[in-house]
Design a protein around this ligand. Structure first.
Ligand code: FES
Length: 646
């Protein structure tokens, strides 16, 4: 007689098992994704399954009553104390008696798919580096003297097949009290990426552990606090990068370090403190203690990378822009002074691609996966430097382009950061040349009823990066600016808003009681320089790839999320492409950091991918300069833009 047939859903994995085989054992033999923390003791409830009943014609099996054994004493005790949901069974206690179909609910799967945080986010399959393992450790014995650590290691080897684990000194210090408090039972948090213990808890730890996915930008430090078992984002937030007081952009921070002995140390100190502040704030928001955070993944540009690590970034400010290391890094949180998180917490920093193309660009590549696409994709992450990736599954190229801070509203006469009160959207009527605009913090346009009341709190304070791009593009479309970027006089443009400003003209966007917001000739020049640098970088990669066009353009970063593809193309910031193929990837770097936090395999994948990416250095490429000059016109002196609506 054949043994009972067991089918696990949703995987559909099936096999025959002798009557009396525990469900957890069958799952393990078939490679079914069924969780366990307590190792089958009937106390963690991670192994729950839901047996089906009746006939499953598609599966070709009928499940009769009694297909699983009755509740044993352990399962009974768990049910009485903690309560199992109706129909649920503990997989480690229930044994197979007859043909059965068992549903493994998402919360019992280690590799469950994480709900997407934003529509643009790709789903993440959980494969966390950190897992909890409950063990019973032998008590010390006068007749067989061994250390507590050696007996803990023995238990982990016997019960979980875990060998050669590292136990950092802070945990060794707490090992003896933890073991005795837990009456020789202990839950061990193991980082499987590094084969290192990251936390010890007396008895069974029934609560989740947490990790931080940190996008360390030169302006803002943003982070997600994630549940490491479910991938759920429990809190998100950001703080300003306190290094701003040493320099607005990356190069000014490198200069600060060059000009001020010890300046790099000052910047390292403040950014590390900011990470601690952020960890503490997010933990409080999620209602946990920061010491429940056992892992962090950090993505950042190369200058931030070096300053975080306490490496003087001076080499990044001069040719050949050598990084101290481009490899991914695995560190202790305490190595970078993260004192708020668990004492033995680990930090993973994604690899850098090149001297000016950092771990943040690697995270974007991980999130956007151009290496898995057929379409030739151009990915642009716009910041003080534009980081640009071009390619598909066959070949990938990357470069960075010195756009400067104009796209962030800096170097613009009325420019400001994207904050409430900043003009972010602009339209100019091509006939009347009258503008209307929207400011951050209100959904109303400036000519909508109620706009004044809606903006009363913030006022109208300036124009941010996306606002100046739209303003210049609209001025070009309305004929206020010519193809060379020259603002016409009132007579030439037909609007008194074109005002003389010295030997040039400016366009009056808005006038309040005590403030005027003009787009000046200098502003147009700053945007021309920035957009030419961005375009020239993209064009250089296209030359290297031997292509004249791209099939898809992805604008990454917070800036990319706000920029209008139409206006970007009117300006000639990006190469020509069908407008519906130009999309925003949102915070792709932050999403890439979450992927590396929640999925261990993603780390190996990005490390291998970065080795494959061909780095192109714009500073030494003669064609970069040629493209830069040609790209000064709006949209461009030579390249056609057939997809641009006229
Ligand atoms: Fe822990 Fe079943 S494995 S309760």
């Amino acid at each position: 007689m054949t043994n009972p047939l067991v089918i696990f859903m949703p995987s559909g994995k099936r096999g025959h098992f002798a009557p009396g085989t525990p469900v957890l054992t069958a799952a393990r033999q078939l490679g079914v994704d069924l969780d366990s923390v307590c190792g089958g003791r009937g106390i963690c409830s991670k192994c729950q399954v839901q047996p089906g009943e009746g006939t499953f014609s598609k599966l070709g099996v009928t499940v009769a009553p009694g297909a699983l054994s009755e509740f044993n004493a352990v399962e009974q005790r768990y049910d009485e104390k903690r309560g199992l949901k109706p129909g649920r069974r503990l997989g480690c206690q229930a044994c197979i008696q007859g043909d059965v179909v068992l549903d493994v609910p998402p919360e019992s799967q280690v590799h469950r798919q994480v709900v997407r945080k934003a529509a643009s986010d790709k789903p993440i399959v959980m494969d966390p580096a950190t897992r909890l393992h409950f063990v019973t450790v032998e008590e010390p014995d006068m007749d067989a003297p061994t250390g507590d650590l050696e007996r803990l290691r023995g238990a982990l080897a016997t019960e979980w097949d875990l060998h050669d684990l590292t136990l950092p000194l802070p945990l060794l210090r707490s090992l003896q009290p933890v073991l005795r408090q837990g009456k020789w039972q202990v839950t061990v948090a193991v980082n499987h990426d590094e084969n290192t213990v990251t936390a010890l808890y007396p008895g069974l730890r029934d609560a989740p552990l947490f990790g931080l996915a940190i996008d360390l930008g030169s302006t803002t430090i943003a982070a997600h606090l994630c549940d490491l078992s479910t991938g759920e984002v429990r809190a998100s937030g950001g703080v300003m990068n306190p290094q701003i007081r040493f320099g607005e952009d990356l190069m000014s921070r490198v200069s600060y370090s060059m000009m001020n002995p010890g300046g790099d140390v000052e910047m390292t100190t403040v950014v590390r403190a900011a990470l601690d502040t952020l960890a503490t704030e997010l933990a409080a928001e999620a209602g946990i203690t920061a010491t429940d955070i056992v892992e962090a993944v950090i993505v950042c540009n190369p200058v931030m990378h070096h300053l975080l690590l306490g490496i003087d970034p001076v080499e990044l400010g001069q040719s050949p822009f050598a990084l101290a290391t481009s490899d991914a890094l695995r560190l202790g949180a305490r190595d970078i002074d993260m004192g708020a998180v668990a004492p033995a917490a680990r930090v993973y920093i994604l690899p850098c691609i090149a001297g000016h193309v950092g771990a943040d660009a690697a995270a974007v590549a991980l999130a956007e996966a151009p290496d898995q696409a057929d379409a030739l994709t151009l990915i642009v992450d716009v910041g003080t430097n534009a980081e640009i990736i071009l390619g598909n599954r066959d070949r990938l190229l990357a470069c960075s382009s010195p756009t400067g801070p104009a796209f962030e509203g800096a170097q613009i006469s009325s420019g400001q950061r994207a904050a409430p009160g900043a003009i972010e959207r602009v339209q100019i009527d091509p006939v009347t040349k009258e503008p209307r605009f929207r400011v951050i913090g209100s959904d109303l346009w400036s000519d909508d009823p109620g706009f004044a009341a809606a903006t009363e709190g913030s006022g109208i304070t300036g124009i941010c990066g996306s606002g100046i791009i739209e303003a210049v593009a609209e001025m070009r479309t309305a004929g206020i600016v010519d193809a060379n970027g020259l603002i016409g006089s009132a007579e030439q443009t037909g609007t008194p808003r074109s005002e003389p400003t010295g030997r040039t003209h400016g366009y009056l966007l808005w006038e309040g009681d005590d403030r005027r917001i003009m787009v000046t000739q200098g502003d147009i020049r700053a945007i021309q320089l920035a957009k030419s640098a961005l375009y020239a970088g993209a064009r250089l990669l296209m030359d290297e790839a031997g292509v004249d066009g791209v099939e898809k353009i992805t604008l990454a970063g917070a800036f990319g999320a706000h920029i209008s593809p139409h206006h970007a193309m009117v300006l000639g910031m990006i190469p020509d492409a069908a407008l519906d193929k130009v999309t925003s990837a949102g915070n792709a770097a932050g999403h890439g950091a979450r992927m590396a936090l929640c999925n261990r395999a993603a780390r190996g994948h990005i490390e291998a991918l970065v080795r494959r990416i061909e780095k192109i250095e714009t500073a030494v490429a003669p064609r970069f300069q040629e493209h830069f000059v040609a790209a000064n016109a709006i949209p461009h002196a030579t390249a056609p833009f057939p997809h641009l609506p006229t």
